[in-house]
Design a protein. Sequence first.
Length: 471
Amino acid sequence: MVRGRISRLSVRDVRFPTSLGGHGADAMHTDPDYSAAYVVIETDAEDGIKGCGITFTLGKGTEVVVCAVNALAHHVLNKDLKDIVGDFRGFYRQLTSDGQLRWIGPEKGVVHLATAAVLNAVWDLWAKQEGKPVWKLLVDMGGERSQHEAPPKCWPLPLLSRCQDPRMLVSCIDFRYITDVLTEEDALEILQKGQIGKKEREKQMLAQGYPAYTTSCAWLGYSDDTLKQLCAQALKDGWTRFKVKVGADLQDDMRRCQIIRDMIGPEKTLSLFLQMMDANQRWDVPEAVEWMSKLAKFKPLWIEEPTSPDDILGHATISKALVPLGIGIATGEQCHNRVIFKQLLQAKALQFLQIDSCRLGSVNENLSVLLMAKKFEIPVCPHAGGVGLCELVQHLIIFDYISVSASLENRVCEYVDHLHEHFKYPVMIQRASYMPPKDPGYSTEMKEESVKKHQYPDGEVWKKLLPAQEN
Ligand SMILES: C[C@H](O)[C@@H](O)[C@@H](O)[C@H](O)C(=O)O
Ligand SMILES: [Mg+2]
């Protein structure tokens, strides 16, 4: 049962000095300090359960997101959780349509990152109160029907009160600006179809997990020796799919991609051994085509973010040129919102869609994107990594498989092996797959000790580092 009135919201600026080791570096973000605006909401209920939410940032700028969270706080404070989740679409709209704050968005940039942090905390709180991990809350909300049962003509109302009705799930989504490709009825139909075989898929996920690829070996900040060493270790650990950062220097890219190809073998999609490439928006459109034509011999499955994330038609042009070479286009980690995803799909501008749990408006907006991807039959391969992104996005992709896509074909979720030790319920990887989390919530809760140590600028870690960096 959902209970309590939100009585407190706090937000902290938590940063990890990852740039010192070159972790996370790419062609555009050369010195990322993986960071989070970390939100905790409390209620007046006696259970003492807190909701924790994050959004991912790269260091500087986290304080701006923190300001935006504080500016949104009045929409959350003193609200009953029951009223929030009872009309989640309305609440989402209230946050994203604030008559003054939407001017600095709308639904993009800092204010949207802040919205994600707040809503992620609400989802964590809700799921904890229901005693379920978020993926399971979503799966159960999607309803249940056995393989042999005929689809109901209209959904029996009593189910609604038990939260086990796809209409409840659909009522979390704001369809504004996307009804030209996805209506509420379309969403219900997809979820209704998704009920067939759902039980079996849930069992399969619990036994085998969701397939992942690793980005941990090939950051641009790593030397060739480190790359080889990490790649050899990852192969030993059972990883077979590797993403490599490209885009800064063609000769370097050729050498690094050759190292990986030599280590994983010559095959591509026929085998499990895959290589993906990520340019992090470095190129202009013609440059992307030219550069990737040279890297095509390494048989990448996709090139990720070849150009500006806002350039939908540019992605379509690149896609047209590279698909005949066997290279797909992947993008999404910096897609502002569902509208951009809608247009990428309409323009046939991508072959792999990368949702992000903190860039979009939390679970609510991600649900709309998962459903649109299903409608266009484009595989979703989420962006993860950073700090906490793996913890969050695993819930979304496991739900996607069980209730929406019902397919693992051409699908794989990113994994990065950094900073999991700071979370109370860290991801569990087995045989290069995400094992479904079992603890209630959204896996967003950080260890208080880690938060204190890494709080910027007063945490122990920064107190030591800052004087040294200033010299
Ligand atoms: C700055 C970050 O590490 C990015 O390079 C990273 O999110 C990356 O684009 C990825 O796909 O994992
Ligand atoms: Mg990327």
